[in-house]
Design a protein around this ligand. Sequence first.
Ligand SMILES: O=C(O)CCC(=O)C(=O)O
Length: 290
Amino acid sequence: MADAAKIRTNRGEAKDFATRFHRDGVLLVEGAFSDRDMELIEAAYQGNLDNPSPLAQHLYEETGGTFIQSVEDSSGKPAFQAVFRETPVVEIAKSVFGSGDVWYFHDQLFFKDGGVKPVRRTPWHQDTPYHPVDGSKFVVFWIPMHDIPDESALEVIVGTHNGTLYNGAFFDPEDDTRPVYDEAAMPRLPDVEADRGKWDIMTCGMKRGDVLIFHPSALHGGGASPAGSQRRSLSLRMVGDDVVRVTRPKVAADSPTANNVGDDEEELVARLNKLPLGEPIHTGGLTRLG
Ligand SMILES: O=C(O)CCC(=O)C(=O)O
């Protein structure tokens, strides 16, 4: 396990966020959100969990635990607008980008409920391969609703946002590196779990109010949730002015990721696909947050 001190920070060090983020691809901002901020963020999370997108997925159902993920563009929902207006989410994103404006890409909720059966770990993957977009001012804010022990933490490998862009993960319970695209188009994911010592893995327990910020091209994977435990987290994805339209191969029709987007996100991706290659994606009608 790498030394987490490398990625730990707080809002008092915001002037260094951009340099550190562009170098390491990951930051843990401790105490970023007040109790009131977390009430607003949790209300947004719970609203989406209670009213799931029609295409929300139950992953790995065969293992007996509950693992729900749902991707949406919730920027038009009052609960999310309150988060953007009344919490420092946008201000922190601006510091991380270092310059320019912030636009909303989409959000993704994760709900892991160990109940009587443990929920397996989220396989190592990058988020960028799933969408036709890329650039350096691109963040995921992973916000847990409660304290997270090391064993359930979202782990990120330092510096991988500047390395190889691998194939997407198929989320096949039998093979974590099974690709979603033809391997001739993008290289298969490495089997990180088989050789963890080889990688600069950051494993950080978190407190409610902390935010783990990472570049979506950084390799990341989530710890398992033991029986009897729950893990509730919201990922907010935002972009800056250098995130542009790129191409991606066609997803295999039998891939669960072929339908893992919510209705709103399907519409969003269709809009992005109409942009010329290299065009900043915010011109495709993304919501400007600040
Ligand atoms: O919470 C998890 O286990 C996975 C999170 C993730 O992959 C993401 O936010 O992109």
